[in-house]
Design a binder for this molecule. Sequence first.
Ligand SMILES: *Cc1c(COP(=O)(O)O)cnc(C)c1O
Length: 366
Amino acid sequence: MARAYNFSPGPAALPESVLRQAQSDMLEWGDAGASIVEISHRGPEFMQIAAQTEADLRTLLAVPDDYAVLFVPGGATTQQALIALNFASEGDAVDYVVSGHWGKTALKQLTPAVRLNIAASGEADGYHTIPARDSWQLTPGAAYVHITANETIHGVEFRPAWGNPAPDVGDVPLFADFSSSIASEPLDISRYALIYAGAQKNLGPVGISVVIVRRDLLERAGQPRAHMFNYKAQLENDSMLNTPPTWNWYLLGLTVKWMLGEGGTDEFDRRSDVKSMLLYSTIDGSGGFYRNDVDASVRSRMNVPFFLADEALNDAFLSGAREAGLIGLKGHRVLGGMRASIYNAMPVEGVQALVGYMQEFQKRHG
Ligand SMILES: *Cc1c(COP(=O)(O)O)cnc(C)c1O
C-alpha cells in the first residue's frame, strides 16, 4: 500500500526515511543485542542517543549556551501547567496573550495561586487577527508573558511584523508555545526566556516535549510542587528524573537529524513559504469556493484552516481527497471545515497534490 500525503495536525506525518530507519532499528539497535525500547535509559547506548539528540537540536535551533534543553515526558499542555509552577511564585502576576484555542487552554493550567492577567485576546474577533502590540495590557513586574507562536487550530501565527515572531515585551521574560512551528524557520532564541514544544507536530512522535529555558530562570523558587514537576531537578538529572520515553526520544533524535540533513531551518523556512503560498493563493483565487478568514498578516504557514462555501460538500471533499491519497484534512471540531497541516515533514509535492485536487474538486462542483 502506498503512503498517503498526511495533513494530520498532530500526531503528524514523520519523514519516510525516519520511519524506515526506526523500522530497521526495531529489532536491534547497533550491536546492543536488543532494541532501543528494551534497554536501560542509563546505559551507554541510550545515553549516547540522548547526548547526540541534544547536540543536534542545539545545532538545528542555534540554542545559545546559557539556555538549557530539557526532554520531558508529556505534551505541551503538561508544560503549560509546569511553567507556572516553576517560574511564578504565589501571588505573582502572569501575563497571557491569547491568539487562539491553545492560548486559551494554557489559562486552564494555572493554579489559583498566581494572578492571571489576559494582556490581550483575539477571541472577540474570532481569532482572525492578533491584537496590535500597543493594545496589550502588560503588568509591570509580571513573572512572564506567555504567547502561542502558532495557533494550530485557528491557523494564526506571529509573523515577521512581530519581529519574526517574538514581540517586544521589555524586560519581562517572554515564554512561547512553539509546539506547531518549532524548526520551521530560524529563530533568535535569545529573544525568549523559554520555549516549549510538544514533539508530535514538527519534531517527532507524541509523548515527549522539548523545553528550552534560559538557565538563570531555573533559580526561581516557583510554587510548591512535587519533585517530579521541578524543571531544575530534571536538568540536574539529564531529563531522567524517572524512566524517560526512550523510543519517542530516539525518534525525535532521528527527525532532528533528518532536518539538519535537509538543510536546517533556512531550508524549512523556504519550503514553508512555498507550501503556504501555494495553498493560500489557491484558496484566495477560488472566487469564494474556498475561504480562509485569517488576516493575511498573521496567517499560519503551518496550519491552514479553510472552508467550502457549500458545507454540504464537506463529506464529498474529504472522501475524494482520501481517494486521491490525501488524508488528515478534516478540520478541528472547534472550527469545522477543513485544515491542512503542512509541517516540515510535508514535501512541497504533497501540497501541489492537494491544490491540484482542490482545483479539480471545484471544477466538478463549482
Ligand atoms: C497540540 C498543541 C498543544 C497541545 O499539545 P498536547 O501534546 O496534546 O498537550 C498545545 N499547544 C499547541 C500550540 C499545540 O499545537
